[in-house]
Design a protein around this ligand. Structure first.
Ligand SMILES: [Zn+2]
Length: 374
């Protein structure tokens, strides 16, 4: 194994302290009233979908089925200055004032619990550390297993279970402190990374490419025609996908759009907003584990071609614990030097197995020897 195949995984238990619980008392106000109305209207008990069990499931699978070349590291809290590269001062002051409290942040049900601000600081700081470790050449690649996720968080607004925009904070840090002039961010989460797009909309030095299920799917942004503005015109690339799009469509997007875009942009670093909700268990799209592995393989090749292998994954969404943990595992196997398996077509392997199982049932009976003589 070469250094290139070593992978550092950032995992920090402080991120488990973010756990909004609707049974707790939240800061009173119009937002609380409105969200209580919405939740009551659902008629079924509602639990915060972005919960600590997500990270626990990933770590449990990596412990049960270890991958050669992986090592784990704890993260650190991001500083106010590091966050201030992509968020406004007033937003950061408001977030810090919520330390130790339960509060709703957006009518889409994004919330904080008493441990959330600390967790969110460690999430952003872990993404920074992942980038630093890779750019300093201490590891081949890195995967920051973080929550709360980040790509919906805008400069002044928490949304979509995201508090700080982890991948954007990491990209800005790489530019400001690590000598990376041009950073490419590929976002393959099922949802459009509206926050990341917003932050780098007019920035020619960050190429943001987002594959997502098209509007009206949440958050509703990410039109094909949205390509950035001002100096950043052309460095935002949206690839809206129809419901149910799967491996073939995703891999086609990677070969026909992501690959030539990388050759044109010549990044110094590639970051991935890796959500695992395009897997079919999350019901929006139809990507398989082999599909995630294939996309990771293409990005690994692009990073070797253009930026000395500098490749960092940052976790976004993914809510089914099976597909989330197995999806992360499949990507890490590729980062550790494994060859991505060829994606099949969903169901074909199962039909082949079923055909073998039933084969005998439909054979004509063997003619017995007496009949043969008649
Ligand atoms: Zn998502």
């Amino acid at each position: 194994m070469t250094t290139r195949d070593t992978v550092t995984v950032f995992y920090d238990e402080r991120m488990l302290a973010h756990k909004p619980d609707t049974d707790a008392a939240f800061l009173p106000g119009r937002m609380d009233k409105r969200i209580r109305q919405i939740l009551t209207g659902l008629g079924v008990p509602w639990k915060y979908p972005e919960h600590p069990g997500r990270l626990i499931a990933i770590k449990a699978l990596l412990d049960a089925e270890p991958i050669d070349g992986l090592s784990f590291k704890a993260g650190r809290a991001a500083t106010r200055d590091e966050l201030g590269r992509v968020h406004t001062t007033s937003y950061l002051e408001h977030m810090v004032s919520l330390r130790g409290k339960n509060a709703w942040l957006d009518v889409d049900t994004t919330a904080v619990s008493t441990g959330s601000i600390e967790a969110a600081l460690v999430a952003a700081g872990s993404a920074i550390e992942a980038v630093s470790t890779v750019v300093r050449g201490e590891t081949g690649s890195a995967f920051a297993l973080v929550r709360p996720p980040g790509h919906h968080a805008e400069p002044v607004r928490a949304r979509g279970f995201c508090l700080f925009n982890n991948v954007a904070v990491a990209a800005a840090h790489a530019q400001a402190e690590l000598g990376c002039e041009r950073v490419m961010i590929v976002d393959w989460d099922a949802h459009h990374g509206n926050g990341t797009q917003d932050i780098f909309w007019a920035d020619p030095d960050v190429l943001f490419i987002d594959l997502h299920r098209s509007a009206p799917f949440y958050p509703g942004s990410g039109r094909l025609e949205d390509t950035g503005a001002g100096l950043g015109e052309g460095t935002t690339v949206n690839i809206p996908m129809p419901a149910g799009a799967g491996d073939t469509a995703y891999i086609r997007a990677f070969t026909d759009i992501v690959t030539p875009a990388a050759a044109w942009f010549k990044p110094d670093l590639i970051l991935v907003s890796a959500g695992f909700d395009p897997h079919w268990y999350d019901l929006a799209l139809n990507v398989s584990y082999e599909g995630f592995a294939a996309m990771a393989g293409i990005l690994r090749d692009l990073s070797q071609q253009h930026c000395d292998g500098r490749l960092v994954f940052v976790l976004e969404g993914g809510y089914n614990l099976d597909s989330l943990s197995h999806g992360v595992h499949a990507v890490l196997q590729v980062l550790a030097g494994g060859e991505p398996p060829e994606p099949g077509v969903c169901g074909v392997a199962e039909v082949k197995a079923a055909a073998a199982f039933h084969r005998d049932a439909f054979q004509p009976p063997e003619p017995d020897s007496d009949d043969a003589q008649d």
